[in-house]
Design a protein around this ligand. Structure first.
Ligand code: ASP
Length: 443
């Protein structure tokens, strides 16, 4: 069985076990099962796995970005990759939220919705655009790395890569070393992924045991519209954009992105999923590291299509419940705010709600409305994070295709990169030779 199939089985079994625990009431706080299994064993396994994934993120992004820059060897090309991916990320997020608002505005008014029950939620101020821009530059590199600030790490790594190119021949051995470290990090991803089925089983059993289905049915209209808009965006908009801009097959793409989607679903964090997404697009789809090393961590930070969709539907839903008329300008503000908020916040669990509070403050919706949807947010977070990382991968493929940095044979080969055994073998000679060549060229 391939790893993906094992993980899918683990996911299914985890959901079934979680439902059994939930429905039989074994999840009550004092029960043995809850104390030792759900909050004990499952918590431990799940937490250790997510922590291990997070451990990989900073060094992986650092080494792969520098070797990416060294591999490109041309600053203008770097700029064009940056501009294209930024524009596409903004475009997809804006389409996502517009779809969500449209769909929600059509469906939600048809149903009578629950009246507001108060659960308090503290608002966050939206960061000013100037702060977002200033914060891209780290005032202390060690701090940026220690706190895992992705935009700052990206900024510094690219600058360091460019500087190494400028050093030229003297930097050659270091460049080789970085390339080797990049390979080693990819192997580390494989090692950690080899225990993924157990971790995914534990994560899902715990989540479902705690969540159950009750809340979902109470807020059925909201949940269904969010999920419908997410699916529409995933299979409609994103696949259309992929086909239109890159002519790559959506079917093959969907097959190869599954790993990343499952991990995004299990961890509810685009950031923690970076190692898996990076592996899927490079090893399975054949995107060159020079593009993916930049677009994937960049996307995990600034691109959140799924989150934008939740915000669009939530806005319409809460406006409806509280009978607030937002009007066209209100909705345009929602679109603008969601896009801005997604740039300034990182992809970690639950951040979507914080962004939502920024939007609500801006358009004058009551914050108690967030309390209304709080209960179901955990599950929706898992689903929308899968859409978030799919968006990152779609944009990566489009940019890679336009830069001719994708190996179409690897993309078309369904087996490519799916060999899960932990290969202990030598580094990629060709990539290394290219890096050395680029460094030498700059002498
Ligand atoms: N959990 C999402 C992510 O990491 C963000 C959110 O919607 O809360 O992409």
């Amino acid at each position: 069985m391939s790893l993906t199939v094992k993980v899918l089985w683990a996911m299914l079994l985890g959901i079934i076990l979680g439902l059994i625990i939930n429905l039989t009431g074994m999840n009550s706080p004092e029960s043995f099962v809850n104390t030792y299994v759900v909050e004990g064993l499952f918590y431990l396994i799940g937490k250790m796995f997510i922590t291990a994934l997070k451990m990989l993120v900073v060094p992986l992004v650092f080494f792969s970005l520098i070797s990416g820059v060294l591999g490109i060897g041309d600053i203008r090309k770097l700029g064009s990759i940056g501009l294209k991916s930024f524009a596409l990320y903004i475009l997809t997020t804006a389409i996502a939220i517009a779809t969500a608002i449209g769909l929600a505005a059509l469906i939600i008014p048809l149903f009578s919705t629950p009246t507001a029950t108060a659960a308090s939620f503290t608002a966050k101020e939206a960061p000013a655009l100037s702060d977002v821009l200033i914060n891209i530059i780290p005032d202390n590199v060690i701090h940026a790395f220690a706190s895992g600030n992705m935009l700052q790490i990206i900024f510094f790594s690219i600058l360091l890569g460019i500087s190494l190119l400028m050093v030229g021949k003297k930097a050659q051995s270091l460049a080789e070393g970085i390339e080797v470290m990049n390979e080693a990090m990819m192997h580390m991803v494989n090692i950690i992924m080899s225990v993924a089925p157990y971790a995914v089983f534990a994560l899902l059993a715990k989540a479902v045991a705690e969540l159950g289905l009750d809340l979902l049915t109470q807020l059925a209209v909201y949940v269904i519209v969010v999920i419908a808009a997410l699916l529409l965006h995933l299979f409609g908009t994103l696949m259309l954009l992929l086909k239109l801009f890159s002519r790559l097959s959506p079917k093959v793409f969907l097959n190869k992105i599954r790993d990343a989607q499952i991990f995004a679903f299990s961890t509810a964090s685009s950031n923690a999923t970076i190692p898996v997404t990076l592996r899927s697009v490079t090893k399975r789809m054949g995107v060159d590291n020079s593009v993916a090393s930049f677009t994937i961590p960049f996307g995990a930070t600034i691109n959140m299509d799924g989150t934008a969709i939740m915000q669009g539907v939530a806005t319409v839903f809460v406006a409806h419940v509280y009978a607030v008329e937002l009007g066209l300008s209100g909705y345009l503000t929602v679109i603008l705010m969601s896009v801005l908020a997604s740039i300034g916040t990182a992809g970690v669990p639950g951040v979507g709600l914080i962004m939502l509070s920024m939007v609500f403050v801006q358009v004058g919706l009551p914050l108690e409305g967030i309390g209304l949807i709080l209960g179901v947010d955990r599950l929706l977070d898992m689903i929308r994070t899968s859409v978030n990382v799919t968006g990152d991968a779609v944009v990566t493929c489009i940019v890679a295709k336009s830069e001719e940095e994708i190996d179409l044979e690897t993309f078309a080969d369904l087996e490519a990169g799916s060999a899960e055994e932990l290969e202990i073998h030598s580094e990629d000679e060709e990539a290394l030779a290219q890096t050395v060549h680029n460094v030498e060229k700059n002498v």
